[in-house]
Every structure is written in C-alpha cells, then in structure tokens.
Design a protein around this ligand. Structure first.
Ligand code: ZN
Length: 147
C-alpha cells in the first residue's frame, strides 16, 4: 500500500470513528484550538502523571483531516513523555511543511498524514491538534512553576 492509499484509508477511518473523543473531567490542563482558514475547532484535555501524558481526549467540530489528525495524535501520544511528544511534533511538522522531507519510520501510522502536504491549504487542519496540545502542556508547565 503506498502512502496515498494509506492516507485516504486512515483519514476516512479516524474521521468516521474518532479515538479518544470526549472530555476529561477533571483534567490537569486543557486548551482550545481554532483554525479560521477552515473553521476547525478543537478542545483538548489532558491528565498528567509527572512528565507523562497519562490520558487525553479531544472534542470539536471540523473537517475530516482535522478530526482524523486529532484522533491519531491522541492515540500516538497517550502515555508518552513530554520530550517524546515534542519530538513527534517536530517530526510531524517537518513532514507536513517540507515537501521533500523523508517520512521517519518511527512515525508509524502518523506517516499517513504526510499525504496532507499535497494540499498546502490543509496543513493547518492537520497541525491544529498538535498546536492545541502544546498549548495545554505549556499551560500546565506554567501552573506547576507557580505552585
Ligand atoms: Zn480543516
């Protein structure tokens, strides 16, 4: 299966049945994301255990790419440490924005998102969830510092 087929299949699947959809209550941190270019809106809530994201959920309304990307991201980062999440974010960002960048093998299923770079206007749809997660993690880091 080449990346284009994988892209289509994975996006359709995660859009139809999003994983980790909903809201954590209580959550340790949360953030809202909005992509005005497309109208995508996301809310991401996270539960933290030290520097690990022990659980997270997303909810919102948006295009198939924004929903599928959030669903895949939640699956990929659940249980991971902040460092590892930052590393994944960097890889995803490179794959989405640099047309000729090789797709790292450790991206796993997230590699399917590289198909988005064929459609530059949709890159923000795919990256919205990552920026929103970062905002939630930064907020929690700020909270920890002031305590
Ligand atoms: Zn969108």
């Amino acid at each position: 299966m080449d990346l284009k087929d994988l892209y289509r299949e994975v996006i359709l699947d995660h859009n139809k049945s999003p994983r980790l959809y909903g809201k954590l209550e209580p959550a340790d941190s949360s953030a809202d994301g909005h992509n005005p270019l497309c109208g995508d809106r996301l809310h991401i809530s996270v539960r933290l255990d030290g520097d690990r994201v022990s659980d997270l959920r997303f909810e919102g309304k948006g295009c198939a790419i924004s929903v599928a990307s959030a669903s895949m991201m939640c699956e990929a980062v659940k249980g991971k440490r902040r460092d590892d999440i930052a590393h994944l974010f960097h890889e995803i960002h490179t794959v989405l924005t640099q047309h000729d960048a090789p797709v790292p093998e450790d991206l796993g299923k997230l590699a399917a998102l590289s198909g988005v770079r064929e459609f530059p206007v949709r890159v923000k749809c795919a990256s919205l969830c990552w920026h929103t997660l970062n905002a939630a993690l930064e907020r929690s880091a700020a909270t920890v510092k002031t305590e």
